[in-house]
Design a protein around this ligand. Structure first.
Ligand code: TYD
Length: 215
């Protein structure tokens, strides 16, 4: 179990709905930190980020939307998260590497807890057993209107679309979920408007990272 250890590295998570451009922003942020702060950075993602977690990713994201119910899905996300933390994230933070994760636990709270209505308390119980007190040093939540975000995902050719196929109301609840999470976790969360050009969003993210983690 972890733990309330303070690691020498910092843990940054990018969160938000589908089609917010998180992955592009995470990659650009990685370049910025490496170039400006003389720090090793590991870019990773969830679900995935370790071999076992990647196998679980396949199970969760492909196939029929009804393949898993909210409980089963949440357990799979947390099994993959535990694997990712134990084998990738914690070892990197221990040696002073910064870790940027494209999605982390706030996604489960927002999608399964709020979106699929498993409920905050139920997700929190599983979270407490799996993750303990460990939390990101900074969480950047990219926010976009649900319909606009989903429209942006339509051009992608991939089969990992179980969530994109779910109905709009699920996505609306998920977006509200991120607002609630940000409100409850002001010490680590910042909401950023993602309905803007990539470079504008990135320059906001860089300013936040600089101010919160390097000043
Ligand atoms: P991914 O292809 O990584 O999408 P994105 O580029 O939008 O991050 O697929 C992740 C999908 O899984 C996405 O629709 C959100 C969902 N998800 C959850 O529902 N719960 C979770 O805990 C995580 C990590 C992701």
């Amino acid at each position: 179990m972890s733990n309330s250890i303070t690691y020498p590295g910092k843990f940054i998570t990018l969160e938000g709905g589908d089609g917010t451009g998180k992955s592009t922003q995470a990659r650009l942020l990685n370049e910025y930190i490496q170039a400006n702060f003389n720090t090793n950075v590991l870019l990773t993602r969830e679900p995935g980020g370790a071999p076992g977690a990647d196998e679980i990713r396949e199970l969760i994201l492909t196939g029929d939307p009804d393949r898993w119910d909210a409980v089963g899905e949440t357990l799979l996300f947390y099994a993959s998260r535990r694997n990712h933390l134990r084998l990738t994230v914690w070892p990197a933070l221990e040696v002073g590497t910064f870790v940027i994760s494209d999605r982390f636990a706030d996604s489960t709270m927002a999608y399964q807890g709020y979106g699929n209505q498993l409920g905050v308390e139920n997700v929190q119980k599983i979270h407490d057993v799996t993750v303990g007190d460990f939390e990101p040093d900074l969480t950047l939540i990219l926010d976009i209107d649900v319909a606009r975000g989903l429209a942006r995902t339509q051009g992608r050719s991939h089969n990992e679309d179980r969530f994109e196929k779910m109905d709009l109301s699920m996505h609306e609840r998920m977006r509200q979920g991120f607002f609630d999470i940000a409100e409850k976790n002001k010490h680590r969360c910042v909401i950023v408007d993602a309905d803007r050009p990539i470079d504008e969003i990135q320059s906001d993210l860089r300013a936040i990272v600089k101010e919160r983690l390097f000043s």
